[in-house]
Write a protein that binds this ligand. Structure first.
Ligand SMILES: [Ca+2]
Ligand SMILES: [Ca+2]
Ligand SMILES: [Ca+2]
Ligand SMILES: [Ca+2]
Length: 260
């Protein structure tokens, strides 16, 4: 009799242990699973939809343009604004595009992410972190790689973007080295070359970064020259990127020119 009693006690004890194990297994990794859950199967996890993209975690196509939220993000389009690109929309009108906010880590729908009284866009423009309420400085810099004919610009360690450029041809090469933006002019005239240089940023010794040049007769250097070193030594940028960089980089911004 006591033997039987012990046996049933042991069995219920083992059953309780099993039940506990199942409960622990369901609760602890459950929070991890919830973070990775993609309940509308659109390629974005629930937590990404809630905290990063501010999309509908129950609707795979939040803006109803027939494209899935995840596909839109993957291809650089906004999942909240029809056929607009992330770089073309500024959801919270704080001066930073949705694309920039995602790269920097600030909130798409909060104009003042860190709640310090300064808008995200103003903080980035002035060189402060928009995600830390203390006045933390973040350095800006421009890097040009001659071999790849590319220009990248950075906010701290974060690469904000990269553009194709045209640097100096073999007979008039762009010198490698570390420089700074020394002065700026929206439309500078080159007396030596006889051409206009829109969105001019001088980096010293007559060299500069500017938009594809324009001749007095109205001819503008073609976009097809970007990616090929054909300039007199300056760094030429396309229409769009030139003004973007001009507005973004204050006088004093370091400019690093590397061979490769
Ligand atoms: Ca989802
Ligand atoms: Ca969509
Ligand atoms: Ca914004
Ligand atoms: Ca702020």
């Amino acid at each position: 009799m006591p033997k039987c009693y012990n046996h049933s006690m042991r069995r219920s004890f083992l059953l309780t242990l099993c039940l506990l194990a199942v409960l622990v297994a369901l609760s602890t990794p459950g929070s991890v699973r919830a973070a990775e859950l993609d309940r509308d199967a659109d390629g974005l996890t629930d937590s990404e939809e809630l905290t990063r993209y501010h999309t509908d975690l129950w609707a795979p196509d939040s803006d109803g343009d027939t494209f899935l939220d995840g596909d839109e993000v993957f291809r650089g389009f906004s999942p909240r604004h029809g056929d607009k690109k992330l770089s073309e929309v500024d959801s919270d009108v704080d001066g930073l595009s949705d694309e920039m906010e995602l790269v920097i880590g600030s909130d798409l729908l909060l104009a003042d992410t860190d709640g310090d009284g300064f808008n995200d866009g103003d903080e980035v423009k002035e060189g402060y972190s928009p995600t830390v309420s203390e006045p933390v400085r973040v350095s800006k810099r421009i890097e040009i790689t001659l071999k790849t004919q590319t220009l990248a610009y950075y906010f701290g360690d974060v690469k904000l973007g990269e553009f194709r450029v045209s640097t100096g041809k073999r007979s008039t090469p762009t010198p490698v080295g570390a420089r700074t933006v020394q002065n700026k002019h929206p439309r500078a005239w080159s007396r030596s070359a006889g051409l206009w240089m829109p969105w001019w940023m001088s980096i010293g010794n007559g060299y500069g970064i500017h938009e594809l040049p324009e001749w007095p007769g109205g001819y503008k250097e073609g976009l097809n020259h970007l990616g090929i070193p054909v300039s007199h030594g300056c760094i030429r940028l396309g229409v769009g990127p030139a003004k973007l960089l001009y507005d973004w980089a204050p006088v004093g911004t370091p400019v690093i020119i590397k061979k490769e």
